[in-house]
Design a protein. Structure first.
Ligand SMILES: [Zn+2]
Length: 463
């Protein structure tokens, strides 16, 4: 779960993309403003063509003589100024909404609740000239350039003797491309606001380092690929976006795999001993498993249940070896001792229908006991709320004294464990995960587990 494939980074990117999509809807209002400006200039041209055209064309010197060239220029300036004012207001509203949406989306991704977004914080982000200029400067640059471009188009059209239709078409297409510039501007500024807001939130959470996450979903950003996963002390990061249409972002650093260190001779020996012990544990498990599997599968079936991950009922030798090594070290016991304590070399997960869960569990337990098994360990967290994991975990012992594991789940408790909380739990456990993020993950896992409906009567299931 390291690097940009990490669950957390994926959630952050997903949240960011949904905020970004919201920008598109708000752009429509601006399209109307550009249309209005274009229409007013074209209508002024129509008046001039009607009154002053000779052979269907306008002459700039004729217009200048009657003072109408300056009035055309003034009408154009007026239209683009109104456009600039409207565009600035619409853009500011869009960007402020982007900041607020980002806060909500990031809170959801991290499983934390941020307080309301202070207006002065939004203002600070919006007014920051992040690459020399802020959004407002850029809008005015764009509308000035648009006014200049339309003016040149009209003068050139008069020189080449354009008809009204030709001239109107050229002016309208200038305004169209002006609108496309405005779209690009809002998207680029939007990405800046998204990233800046996220970084502020990270700072608030006490995150100290940020990791560059390049998007590699087939769109752009080849040029950012080299920066992928680069770490920055918070505050030293490159402002994003790096280029137009850049969809990259920052996330709190994800746990990175430790490099494999050279083993000392003692460690090599310990590894060999653990491997040998694991091979033995596995051999015993393979011998015991077929009879137990037949009983367990039959019993779950008789209660309308089904098995999950039955193919993985035998723990892999590698996992066994890791576990033996770890337990021996953590508990200061021999590796043989640790091997003898393994109780999940054979393990089952069964799903029972939620409506009949409690009676199903009781029936299976009674049948197991009738067949000579006894329950040695029992933990019921399915009855609990505000816990990150919910299910019933048990160990049973065969009449011959072989211990194995059985987990009982509802469909919901299994799915939440397997598909939602599993990856988060890995990030949570990793010591490299910042504490603030760990807290956020824990809160999210609890919130998710709280969504599992509690089967009726499950609290009466005890050891
Ligand atoms: Zn990029």
């Amino acid at each position: 779960m390291a690097g940009k494939d990490g669950y957390m980074a994926a959630r952050i990117l997903q949240g960011q993309q949904s905020v970004f999509k919201g920008i598109e809807d708000r752009l429509k209002a601006q399209a109307a403003e550009y249309q209005k400006a274009s229409d007013s200039v074209v209508s002024e041209l129509a008046t001039l063509y009607a009154r002053f055209a000779k052979d269907g064309a306008l002459s700039s010197s004729d217009l200048a003589q009657v003072g109408r060239l300056t009035s055309l220029d003034a009408a154009l300036k007026e239209a683009t100024k109104e456009l600039g004012v409207a565009s600035e207001a619409a853009t500011r509203a869009t960007l402020a909404a982007v900041a607020a949406d980002t806060q909500v989306a990031l809170g959801k991704s991290l499983g934390v609740e941020f307080g309301g977004l202070a207006k002065d914080r939004i203002d600070k982000i919006l007014d920051y000239p992040w690459s020399g200029k802020n959004y407002s400067d850029r809008i005015w640059d764009n509308t000035d350039a648009l006014a200049q471009g339309v003016k040149e188009t009209m003068l050139r059209g008069m020189v080449t003797g354009d008809s009204f239709t030709e001239m109107a078409g050229k002016v309208a297409s200038k305004f169209d491309s002006g609108y496309r510039d405005a779209e690009r501007l809002v998207r680029t500024e939007g990405m800046f606001v998204i990233n800046q807001t996220q970084n502020d939130m990270y700072k608030e959470l006490g995150v100290e380092e940020l990791q560059f996450i390049a998007t590699d979903d087939g769109e752009t950003c080849d040029e950012c690929a080299d920066l992928d996963q680069t770490l920055y002390a918070i505050g030293d990061e490159e402002p994003l976006p790096i280029h137009p249409n850049c969809r990259c972002t920052y996330a709190p650093p994800l746990p990175v795999e430790e490099p494999v260190a050279e083993l000392t001779p003692e460690e090599v020996q310990a590894q060999e001993e653990a491997d040998a012990a694991a091979a033995e544990v596995r051999a015993i498990a393979e011998a015991q498993e077929p009879d137990i599997t037949r009983d367990v599968v039959g019993l779950f079936g008789s209660q309308g249940g089904e098995m999950e991950g039955l193919d993985y009922r035998l723990k892999e030798e590698g996992s066994l070896s890791d576990k033996i090594l770890r337990e021996a070290k953590d508990n200061g016991i021999s590796r043989t001792e640790a091997a003898s304590q393994v109780k999940d070399a054979v393990r089952y997960t069964g799903i029972l229908p939620e409506g009949d869960f409690t009676s199903g569990f009781e029936a299976i337990r009674a049948e197991m006991e009738a067949k000579g098994y006894s329950m040695s360990d029992f933990r019921n967290s399915l009855k609990d709320t505000d816990v990150p994991y919910r299910g019933i975990n048990t160990n049973f012992v065969t009449s011959g004294g072989y211990k194995f594991e059985m987990q009982f789940h509802t469909r919901d408790s299994f799915d939440i464990k397997e598909f939602f909380n599993h990856d988060m739990y890995k990030d949570f456990q990793n010591p490299a995960t910042p504490q603030s993020v760990q807290r956020a993950i824990l809160a999210e896992m609890k919130a998710t587990a709280n969504r599992i409906p509690t089967p009726r009567g499950v609290e009466r299931l005890v050891q």
